[in-house]
Design a protein around this ligand. Sequence first.
Ligand code: ACO
Ligand code: ZN
Length: 174
Amino acid sequence: MGTEKETRIPSYENKMDNTTYTLRECTLDDLEGVIEVNEKELPEDYPYFFYKSILDNFPESFLIAVNNENKIIGYIMWRVERIPSMNSLKIINKGHLVSIAVLEEYRRKGIATNLLKKSMPKIKQKNIIEYVLEVRISNHGAIDLYKEMGYKIDSIKKKYYRDGENAYYMIKKI
Ligand code: ACO
Ligand code: ZN
């Protein structure tokens, strides 16, 4: 409960190595740059129309990090899943973290943490009961990041990825 405190996320971050970056909402013009980061950093590639539909439907929680040369160095995107509830006729909403990535040379500077902190309140506004995500069980860095943010491993999805790797299904309740 107490963890949802309204913390102000600085849009600029200055570190000892002088990495300055800004977080802002993704626009149509940014999509190619987002796809470039995804293709560089993650084996799961999506077709253009998939990114476009996320942008059309959930623009407030589709954020990018850009460096001081306006180059896209990271992104986060979410969608809302509508699921029939197990014990009633109601439909429940879950905020599903579709994808997050930061270019390798910009990692461990808190950029992913800030992308999460800034986007989670946005997707929360869609009446969700929890945040959910899948992550490769070998992806220790990402798993640590999610644990730091209060996510817990709920279950394993066997052979979730095309190469046969299992996924952890992680949840953070609202
Ligand atoms: N090893 C161990 N712990 C890590 C690592 C790592 N490689 N990366 C992050 N963490 C943990 C640490 O606790 C870290 O805090 P610290 O640096 O003070 O120790 C904390 O998470 C915060 O890290 P950030 O700096 O905010 O994370 P970063 O900006 O480096 O981005 C990310 C993390 C997105 C996982 C990045 O490594 C990446 O792009 N990886 C490739 C793409 C990927 O795996 N994305 C997630 C797939 S799952 C999904 O999208 C739903
Ligand atoms: Zn997923």
